[in-house]
Write a protein that binds this ligand. Structure first.
Ligand SMILES: *Cc1c(COP(=O)(O)O)cnc(C)c1O
Length: 353
């Protein structure tokens, strides 16, 4: 019997009931950038704190971006990433928008891959919808209070075992439609995955909670009419005539899950449609029964059924008030691909161990 070290015991305990975002693996990948040297010192080392100068510009001007993706263990024990190239490309787009240095997409993939290999004992077992959540991020580290793009930055990847998002199965959540708070405007940072978008969303999330809803649904900033997204997830609407409608890109975050669901939709007899969709249309068609299902998508929960929408002045029950069949089928389909239980016909998986 190999001896069970305290660290291994802690890991076993964390993997039994991982939750989300509270346990961290033993290692981290890091790299540094300066305008003189470019990217350097890319390495995987022990997980440890940063030493930051109090004037580090991220602390003052929020020049920061991040990503989120998962490693999945298949039934044969192998470990796979899902479309990590899409995350690498989006990270580069976010970097451009936040005036951070662009990290070569291959370096991004290497860092993620090497970290997962170093911490493969932290990837939970197959089944139960457990996974290893991977969080790459970059921030401006230069000690300088002047307002301009920083000349020093750090890139880092950490990882955290993640449990089933819905341990009891997806029963559906309620969304609060905020009439006053918005997430993004044209020309802003809505399409970038940056911490600042999340900081400004916390008040809207609190408003949703105060009104008894699980999450917020944002409308557009100009007319307060057009559906955008939920702040951490993209939105989809299924209709009785077989359309699967999702708000068009622009001010929303271009989710990898969103894109994957658009590509799987035809296999479920659904026609994917990307267009503007207004709150008035959603209200009318939910009442008439021609909108049958609404769900949200993101890496953390895959698909989340939305069973009701509320705002000052109205409450909509979606379909029967229970998760719809397309929602549950698409969710099952996507997870089965990610966990290797169904063929990967789109070439989305990348083996790392
Ligand atoms: C990350 C994120 C999503 C979901 O993107 P996935 O790539 O599917 O995980 C949706 N909206 C926002 C604001 C996000 O930050």
């Amino acid at each position: 019997m190999p001896s069970c070290t305290p660290a291994a015991r802690d890991r076993e305990e964390a993997l039994t009931d991982p939750g989300f975002g509270k346990h961290f693996t033993d290692h981290m990948a890091t790299a540094s950038w300066s305008s003189h040297r470019g990217w350097h010192d890319l390495k995987v080392g022990p997980l440890e704190g940063f030493r930051l100068h109090p004037a580090a510009s991220v602390l003052h001007y929020a020049q920061e971006i991040f990503e989120g993706l998962k490693a999945y263990r298949h039934a044969d024990g192998s470990i796979w990433l899902f479309r990590p190239e899409a995350n690498a490309a989006r990270f580069a787009r976010s970097a451009r928008r936040l005036a951070l240095p662009v990290l070569d997409e291959d370096l991004f993939l290497d860092a993620v891959t090497e970290l997962v290999r170093a911490d493969k004992a932290w990837v939970p077992g197959h089944g139960q919808e457990h996974s290893l959540y991977i969080r790459p991020f970059m921030f401006a580290s230069e000690p300088f209070l002047g307002v301009r793009a920083a000349m020093e930055a750090k890139f880092c990847v950490i990882a955290s075992p993640s449990g089933a998002y819905f341990p009891e199965g997806p029963t559906g959540i309620s969304l609060w439609v905020s009439r006053t708070l918005t997430r993004a405007a044209e020309g802003g940072t809505g399409a970038a995955k940056c911490g600042g978008n999340y900081a400004t969303g916390l008040a809207a999330q609190a408003e949703a909670r105060a009104n008894g809803c699980d999450q917020v649904l944002y409308l557009d900033a100009a007319e307060h009419e057009w559906l955008e997204e939920s702040g951490t997830m993209n939105l989809f609407i299924a209709t009785s005539d077989g359309e699967l409608i999702t708000p068009a890109l622009g001010t929303i975050l271009e989710g990898v899950t969103r894109d994957s669901i658009l590509k799987l939709a035809p296999e479920h007899g659904l026609t994917p449609v990307e267009r503007r969709i207004g709150l008035a249309e959603v209200q009318e068609r939910c009442a008439a029964g021609t909108i049958t299902e609404i769900f949200a998508t993101g890496t953390a929960a895959a698909l989340t059924p939305i069973v009701s929408l509320r705002a000052d002045g109205f409450e909509i029950t979606v379909g029967t008030g229970n998760p719809g069949l397309h929602t549950l089928d698409l969710r099952e389909h996507l997870l089965a691909i990610q966990y290797g239980d169904r063929p990967d016909r789109h070439g989305w998986l990348r083996r790392v161990a």
